[in-house]
Ligand binder design. Sequence first.
Ligand SMILES: [Zn+2]
Length: 317
Amino acid sequence: MEVVVGVDLGGTKISAALVDESGNIVADVRCHTQVEKGREFVIEQLTKTVGELFERAEGLGKRVLAIGIGSPGIIDPDSGVVVKAAVNLPQWEGISLKRIFEERFNVVAFADNDVNVMALGESLFGVAKGLKNVIFIAIGTGIGGGIVVDGKLYHGSTFTAGEIGHMTILPEGPKCACGNYGCLEALASGPSIARRAKEYIAKGVATSLSELVDDEITCEHVAKAASKGDALCRRLLEEAGRYIGVAVASLMNVLNPDCVVIGGGVAQAGEILLTPIRHEVALRAISPAPVLQSLLRENAGEIGAAALAFSKLAEKD
Ligand SMILES: [Zn+2]
């Protein structure tokens, strides 16, 4: 049987897997990204990880057809070149991820932005399976997005399409990492939710979070407390959900998708976050589409990268 290798290159870890044409993981390898040792070292880590998977494939009697890579930053999908590196992988600008793998492993390789490939993964193998027009939003440390139109990723003219986290939601809102004010990311990312929690605690609002040290409060703490009924934490997630819902409704009005998939760590909060998103969509979207929780979750990166490889191979046929 035939498989592809899907690689998720991240600032903290590299996850790679052999994935079959139904999107099942046949084997996987993970390692900690040692960014501090420099780019060449990380490239060695990447090729060693993928090399291990080629050996595993041989042992299993499976042929590797292609390699797909999801990377942070802005990626030219044709050349596989990192056009603009992400802050957590600063030395990657100008290198072709595609070429590194093709030269080393002698199979075709394809590279794209990590959240873009997750969008493709959800539409090929995940909760949006079989749907052609899909918007994926990853809500975690930041907020990223990917747009699938007619079964293919939409990149825009300079490959930056899908930066949903930097849609302005509140023009006078809090400052965003990008330098602007009131971006969705500054209102609804994990760190933004945690920051709001700390602000309320400082004002003396009662919450079970107060038992924790202020500095250590994360969005996971907020989500956990909310699931146990903490009123402030529920309110914080509902507030974030409303902002996300405003953005999602606008996206629906512009792109008229089949569905919108919400993923990333913050999405693990589930219905507490999804209900206010759906509420805003019902109020604001001209043609409301389903808002679904990601199915691929922690494997979204590798399976998404594999989806990129499979869809590119299908384009060539
Ligand atoms: Zn921004």
